[in-house]
Design a protein around this ligand. Sequence first.
Ligand SMILES: *Cc1c(COP(=O)(O)O)cnc(C)c1O
Length: 469
Amino acid sequence: MKSLRNIPAIDELLADERVKTLISRYARDLVVNKAREVVAGLRDLLKNSDEDLTRSEITTRIINQLSARLYHCTRGTLRKVINATGVVLHTNLGRAVLSPAAIRYVNEVASSYTNLEIDLDKGERGSRYSHVEDLLKTLTGAEAALVVNNNAAAVLLALNTLASGREVIVSRGQLVEIGGAFRVPEVMRSSGARLVEVGTTNKTYRRDFEQALTTETALLLAVHTSNYRIVGFTEEVPLAEMVSLGRSTGLPVMQDLGSGVLYDLSSWGLAGEPTVQECVRQGVDVVTFSGDKLLGGPQAGIIVGRAELVERMKRNQLTRALRVDKLTIAALEGTLLEYLNGEPRKQIPVLAMLTASPEELAARATRLCGALEAALGPEPRVKFIRVVETEDRVGGGAYPIHNLPGYGVEISFSGDILSRVARNLRIGEPAVLTRLQDNHMIISVRTLRNDDEQLLVTRLVDVLGGNDE
Ligand SMILES: *Cc1c(COP(=O)(O)O)cnc(C)c1O
């Protein structure tokens, strides 16, 4: 209680040279607001305390807290994370890392005016959607293309345009939920279309679709079961059958592909996901997929398909609400150009990570292990560090039952410091996310970027040296 009367008034604080320095560095209003918060907090604290502090002690305490608070609230919250989990497309970690070409494009477009909506040839108003449309047509073989905010938006737009107020037939086995609350029945409801589920969880036949046809039917929908597989006694209607049913009834067929592979990964043990080109070739009328999953680009929802249907989507009012930003278009164009005239498997980080050879991964793990041993030296809190085989994953709702055999470094700590080390790695800078398994720390090298290995060594040395706490 006693110290309360020694708390300085805000004006007095603002006159302090140390606070004046803060005001020269940060916005004045911010400093004043944070000073009020700190003073209020300290007043609450001192009310119930017998601490006897002088005015000068209290002022110093307030200024130290103020300074720390200003630092934290002005450094932003989105930052680099070193992904040592071995999950290539980690939705929580922002999915795909962009290619150098995509980053160059973003840089160029962000730092100047652009021809986003102007046709430079004719000198007339143009369309932002024209920029990647030709590239997408060339790469997928489709008649037309449209890019929106994400794949959830693509599905919503397609359903709303093609089936609002009418019925859409889907197999029960494909009523997918994707992390982050994309659920087929709910997207369907939001779009205004009525879901007609047919078949059973494990078996759906062509005749199930045929029996559900009514004069209200507007669309036949197939959804890629991105993040699960139904195995055992199962049956789904193959895409070719869906297309043939669509042709004979005059109904469009849509496939929500989810991941949208453009590059055939079957030579790298990743078979079984249909490529976008394959779906188009089979005659599917509308295909939707994500820009930031296996494509390896920015967050975006890509719609390719028959020109007449895509044209109707472009004219839908919803398109304006779901439209993509110029930075997205730039990143997508840079990524797609890599597929057309570059070296996608080398230059697009997602593809490079997925197709890294076991020999390369083993060599990188050995190098990292050596660097860690050398940097940590004899350290009593580390029981052992060794190279191990890891089970990496594609992630991002693709190849859900595939393990990617990889390599990494396993660290065993003595005592029970593992979770504290993991936490300190997470909250420091740059943040490091590792995998904890059987009371050990596993660092997969597949998902480490160029200079991550060195940074990781430094962070571990800092954490164990106590410099971080
Ligand atoms: C990932 C996925 C979505 C959602 O895509 P976003 O780009 O995350 O909006 C929708 N459908 C399927 C089948 C998916 O795999």
